[in-house]
Design a protein around this ligand. Structure first.
Ligand code: NAD
Ligand code: IPM
Ligand code: MN
Length: 349
């Protein structure tokens, strides 16, 4: 039997609540579609940090290197700075495993109300560059506590880094509607962006001549996602721009509690990581009301990545059917709790 080895890191806050439903769905699909999953449960995160001073053990990345995929809930706790928690867990995984594509789809499910006046045709995918750009290691905080205290950051864009994420996005665009939007800011004094524009344009022209490329300033693109979302199908964006756009896109789909994310190493030399776009939501953690949909959908993306195409489609369909039947959590206007929503999805599997 095909066996997939998956590292599971529920992490912090609602991560602990939304991951178990996703595991239950995958287990049900494994029975139905004839594959096996070996879950390797990792109790890493802020709790571990409080007792050991580290978010994950020193050999964590080596341990995960043998996984077929990683499923993550969320990281972040109100009593620990984000630069400790996130820089100690999520960011090192993305980097070590060269997960340079962060794939973030948005769709408007039947039964879910978008906050947009004209959400018609909303169905897009953000391809976010995930390991370089504005999220670089070059920079720091200087003269701490002294006069002239400052922090500087160098955004680092490489030709190879822009080319590979563009290649992934353009190939996806070619298989969808043949349209690619690139998020830019070449009008501001941001020296990296004219370079981004040039490499994106060259890559598309040379390798995907059939793909129609539109370069849009990030500020205007943010507005366009709210006013005319259907103008976009696949969007390629740098690390920070893609981060911000993905929460906007998630909200247009009804809630950030719906949006999934695949941190991919497209060459499959290393495991890819699947997670919701949202964070640990300390404001609602422990109440049993978090929407597990984003994490369950992320698990469907994981199944697709593992080659379990039918199981992935069945899971996404079960999510759509559950929403269409009027079962929903509070963030999208329903009354179901986390467990009740998950139970309704499971019943359809
Ligand atoms: P957040 O995404 O955790 O929450 C933003 C808002 O959305 C909150 O009001 C929250 O209640 C709501 N929300 C989020 N997920 C939901 C769900 N599944 N169901 C219903 N409502 C949901 O963002 P934040 O509050 O800015 O960040 C909280 C912590 O999470 C911070 O420490 C942050 O750094 C971290 N964070 C982690 C990740 C990650 O692990 N990948 C991603 C984003 C933020
Ligand atoms: C995301 C998150 C992370 C990011 C944070 C928590 C480091 O916001 O996955 O969107 O900025 O990449
Ligand atoms: Mn984000």
């Amino acid at each position: 039997m095909r066996t997939h080895i998956i590292d599971v890191i529920p992490g912090d806050g609602i991560g602990q609540e939304v991951v178990p439903p996703a595991l239950a769905c995958v287990d049900a699909l494994a029975d139905r579609f004839g594959f096996a999953v070996e879950w390797r449960h990792r109790d890493w995160g802020s709790e571990l940090y409080r007792s050991t001073g580290a978010m994950m053990p020193a050999d964590a990345l080596d341990l995960m290197a043998t996984a077929d995929a990683i499923l993550l809930g969320a990281v972040g706790a109100p009593d620990i700075p984000d630069d400790v928690t996130l820089w100690g867990l999520l960011i090192p995984i993305r980097r070590r495993f060269e997960q340079y594509v962060n794939l973030r789809p948005t769709r408007l499910f039947d039964g879910v109300r978008s906050p947009l006046a004209h959400p018609e045709g909303l169905d897009l995918v953000i391809v976010r560059e995930n390991v370089e750009g504005e999220y670089s290691e070059v920079g720091g905080r200087f003269n701490r506590g002294l006069e002239g205290e400052l922090a500087v950051q160098e955004a680092v864009f490489t030709r190879a880094g822009i080319e590979r994420v563009t290649r992934f996005a353009a190939d996806l665009a070619r298989r969808r509607k043949g349209r690619l939007t690139s998020a830019t800011k070449s009008n501001g004094i941001i020296h990296t962006m004219p370079f981004w524009d040039q490499v994106v344009a060259e890559t598309v022209a040379a390798e995907f001549p059939e793909v129609q490329l539109r370069s849009v300033l990030i500020d205007a693109l943010a507005a366009e996602l709210v006013l005319k979302p259907a103008r976009n199908d696949v969007i390629v964006a740098s690390n920070l721009f893609g981060d911000i756009l993905s929460d906007i896109a998630a909200a247009t789909g009804g809630s950030i509690g719906i949006a999934p994310s695949g941190n991919l190493n497209p060459e499959r030399r290393h495991p890819s990581l699947f997670e919701p776009v949202h964070g640990s939501a300390p404001d609602i953690a422990g109440q049993g009301i978090a929407n597990p949909l984003a994490t369950i959908w992320a698990a469907a993306m994981m199944l697709e990545h593992l080659g379990e195409t039918e199981a992935a489609a069945a899971l996404e369909q079960a999510l759509a059917d559950t929403l269409a039947a009027g079962v929903a959590t509070g963030d999208i206007g329903g009354t179901a709790g986390t467990t009740e929503f998950a139970g309704a999805v499971l019943a359809r599997l």
